[in-house]
Design a protein around this ligand. Structure first.
Ligand SMILES: NC(=O)C1=CN([C@@H]2O[C@H](COP(=O)(O)OP(=O)(O)OC[C@H]3O[C@@H](n4cnc5c(N)ncnc54)[C@H](O)[C@@H]3O)[C@@H](O)[C@H]2O)[C@H](O)CC1
Ligand SMILES: [K+]
Length: 495
């Protein structure tokens, strides 16, 4: 995927790109608008080739202007096109021109919503783009409802630039949002489409640079970059022919309190399947025999006295602590021992909850909270984390040091940079998937990847394996199914 298509921008940054295109590169705004319309119309023809009835819902700004361009192209191709508006006709400069061209070409005035988008086969959401700046109310909210109802009645929905109602910067909703089958986004990909509620509202994301020259993007540091599969070959090169089991590091997994042995086992299995040379589990004595039987490749020690952990840590290259650790004395004692070591750590689940009680900073660790654990670490509500995911993700290393993975739709990896994973699926929302991610990241650290790269590669591998495993259906997907796909994704360089 080309570099610019991997960059994720804020609304303000895209507006700056618009400005540069017009003022520095001499591309008139109306030309950009026409290119945007052409890109959307091409997607409509590709996705719904037989559609004959189009409804275009136009806002008063330039997003609406894109809608007028699309309407003119569709009408010119012989489709029946009905325009809808929520209030005064186009106000933004380029949109006024686009509306004038629509009318002078024989197009009818827009009908005022609310009202049903009667019988439309395809609905174009040109209500709001990056100009959405406050909660949807009144006619705007009614227009979104009408588009959601049309989709529920079987119409296809294409969102222009961003589904109306979604915040371009962080993927939160300004009320209900349009649910699109596809979103055609222009000039710069928006971070909000890829995280929070973005993936659920946007459908497939199609990006079109509108032929902006690459130099227009120089000097604008994207808010985040997409984790790209192409990077995996660099992170996971083919193995040296002379490798031996000590060449690929030793992972120590600490966890598995009473009733939760499986969490430690899944983390250990994932570490093995992600290429760690050796993996040891430190868990409750009562679990050791069963776990050894379950996976003989794992070394397994019953640790009831935390001090005994030191001997195991002497032989480890990285410690993953948290899977099934519990938050009682036993877990607390083990965490204290682990924090005393200077080894790189992957800290997850209950270890994060314990850490939230007594915060400390450290540079060589990767924290892997889901939104609820992140909320405890940041002392805020889960809703606040989800409303401002990019901000929350970056607040974690700012406060705790190291690298943080904020899990959830559009997982974010925050360290020196902010990266985003746009893979994965709702089948992965099941207990144990976090334990697997912990094992993967620990295994990559044990194989020599720096923390931030290990976290990014681990999140991407976890999602890619989850997508492969979900091919048989998302419901009923188990962590073991994902572990079963790891070997395929951790060998990007085919021998
Ligand atoms: N050269 C360009 O700028 C290009 C822009 N493209 C398209 O333009 C939109 C951005 O257009 P803009 O006029 O800045 O804003 P919107 O059309 O997104 O917003 C419309 C309008 O709505 C008002 N508004 C904001 N929030 C609300 C609300 N909750 N309720 C009611 N009204 C609201 C706000 O005042 C705005 O004026 C961009 O996304 C692209 O689609 C071209 O595609 C490329 C060239
Ligand atoms: K839109």
């Amino acid at each position: 995927m080309n570099d610019i298509a991997c960059r994720l921008y804020s609304a303000a940054q895209v507006r700056e790109l618009d400005r540069r295109a017009i003022e520095r590169h001499g591309i008139p705004g109306y030309t950009l608008m026409q290119r945007a319309g052409v890109a959307c119309w091409a997607e409509i023809r590709r996705r719904w080739p037989a559609a004959r009835k189009l409804a275009v819902v136009c806002g008063g700004g330039n997003n609406g202007g894109d809608g007028y361009v699309i309407a003119r192209l569709a009408r010119g191709a012989g489709l029946s096109v009905t325009l809808y508006a929520i209030g005064p006709a186009a106000t933004a400069g380029d949109a006024v021109k686009a509306r004038a061209d629509w009318l002078s070409g024989g197009g009818a005035e827009a009908l005022l919503l609310p009202g049903g988008l009667d019988g439309a086969e395809v609905v174009v959401d040109a209500l709001f783009g990056i100009g959405l700046s406050r909660p949807l109310q009144g006619a705007a909210a009614a227009a979104v409802d009408a588009m959601r109802s049309a989709r529920a009645a079987g119409a296809g929905v294409l969102a222009v630039d961003i589904p109306s109602g979604l915040d371009a910067d962080n993927g939160r909703l300004w009320g209900a949002a349009v649910l699109a089958d596809v979103t055609v986004s222009f000039i710069g990909r928006k971070l909000g489409l890829e995280t929070g509620e973005g993936p659920a509202c946007s459908g497939e994301r199609v990006f079109d640079r509108l032929d902006l020259p690459p130099e227009a993007y120089e000097g604008i540091v994207p808010m985040a970059t997409l984790l790209a599969q192409e990077q995996l070959a660099h992170w996971l090169p083919r193995r040296a022919r002379g490798a031996h089991k000590g060449s690929h590091g030793h992972v120590l997994v600490v966890g598995g309190d009473a009733g939760m042995a499986g969490a430690a086992l899944m983390a250990g299995r994932a570490a093995l399947r992600s290429g760690a040379g050796l993996v040891t589990l430190a868990t409750r004595a009562a679990h050791a025999a069963a776990l050894t039987t379950a996976q003989p490749e794992l070394m397994c020690h019953g640790i009831e006295e935390p001090a005994l952990l030191r001997r195991l840590m002497e032989r480890a290259d990285v410690v993953a602590i948290g899977p099934g650790l519990g938050q009682d004395e036993w877990g607390l004692g083990l965490l204290a021992e682990v924090l005393d070591s200077s080894l790189p750590l992957v800290v997850d689940a209950d270890a994060l909850n314990l850490l939230a009680r007594e915060p400390i900073r450290r540079d060589n660790w990767v924290l892997t909270p889901h939104p609820g654990e992140a909320a405890r670490l940041l002392r805020c509500s889960t809703a606040e984390v989800q409303r401002e995911r990019p901000v929350a993700a970056q607040a974690l290393p700012a406060r705790y040091g190291g690298v943080a993975v904020l899990k959830g739709a559009g997982s974010l990896v925050a360290g020196q940079r902010l990266r985003l994973c746009d893979r994965g699926n709702p089948g992965m929302a099941v207990g144990g998937m976090g334990d697997v991610l912990t094992g993967i990241i620990a295994a990559l650290i044990s194989q020599g990847l720096p923390l931030e790269e290990a976290a990014g590669a681990g999140v991407l591998l976890h999602a890619l394996a989850g997508d492969l495993a979900a091919a048989g259906g998302e419901r009923g997907l188990l962590p073991g199914d994902l572990i079963g796909q790891l070997r395929r994704v951790v060998n990007p360089v085919v021998a």
